[in-house]
Design a protein around this ligand. Structure first.
Ligand code: KIV
Length: 257
């Protein structure tokens, strides 16, 4: 199902930007897919935007699988990527294989995503790739490390930028087919994008990436807060509130039905 991972590298070579958005349920997945996005990420940000948690940490693998199943029912064209949640892979390659294996067996997702680089994640990505599991890497701001790293922009200091560049190279060499670059300096994102043979997809990483991803509730104006790099394309918060208020008023006034 969906665009083949090999097609993504071709898209990079052709210079056609990749479009990725997040989804966590069937109706939104259907809408995004019909609107023609290339990749749909069942991001662990659903912990915050759909389940009301303060960070991404509490969401479980069972919950990610449950939401990914719903998303996949709504998707005909896009490649669905499922985030491996916090502590479902950090123990090592065997735990990662079990978790990613469950995602591919129990859902129609075509790939998994995991956060981080040196040294443990490189080995994990290698083992997953060798087992035929397509992997998206994720470097820069990695929200599962919020208690260590916060959400501050990464890569400003030379040594930090060099580490992120080398992590991205190592992830690509280990078999990742795409890498998310989150909230890093634009120069660093450009350098990584030029260096890697695989596509980079940026979020708060500037215009030089091979594609862009945002959290759908930010794009649609459904979040109570958006990061500064997000762009709000619609105000569904207001549209929905107005519709609910109008319905309520009509019921109370006995105008509906
Ligand atoms: O969980 C998520 O939504 C993500 C994106 C921010 C890339 O990982």
């Amino acid at each position: 199902m969906g665009i083949a991972t090999s097609q993504l590298v071709k898209r990079k070579r052709q210079g056609h930007p990749l479009v990725m958005l997040t989804a966590w349920d069937y109706p939104f997945a259907q809408l995004l897919d019909k609107a023609g996005v290339d990749l749909i990420l069942v991001g662990d940000s659903l912990a915050m935007v759909a389940l009301g948690h303060p960070t991404t940490l509490p969401v479980t693998l069972d919950q990610m699988i449950h939401h990914t199943q719903a998303v996949c029912r709504g998707v005909k064209e896009a490649l669905v990527v499922c985030d491996l949640p916090f502590m479902s892979y950090q123990e090592g390659p065997i735990q990662a294989l079990r978790s990613a294996g469950r995602v591919l067996k129990e859902t129609q997702a075509g790939a998994v995503k995991l956060e981080g680089g040196y040294p443990e994640m490189i080995e994990i990505v290698h083992r997953l790739s060798l087992s035929g599991i397509p992997v998206v890497g994720h470097v820069g701001v990695t929200p599962q490390s919020v208690h260590r790293q916060g959400y501050r922009r990464q890569g400003k200091a030379q040594v930090e930028g060099d580490r992120i560049l080398h992590e991205a190279i190592a992830l690509s060499e280990a078999g990742a087919f795409t890498i998310i670059l989150e909230n890093i300096t634009h120069d660093l994102a450009q350098k990584i994008t030029k260096t890697l043979p695989i596509p980079t997809i940026g979020i708060g990483a500037g215009p030089h990436c091979d594609g862009q991803v945002l959290v759908t509730s930010d794009v649609l104006g459904l979040s109570s807060w958006q990061p500064p790099f997000a762009k709000v394309y619609a105000n569904l918060h207001e549209t929905i509130t107005d519709a609910v208020k109008t319905f309520s008023q009509e019921v109370r006034d006995r105008q509906f039905p």
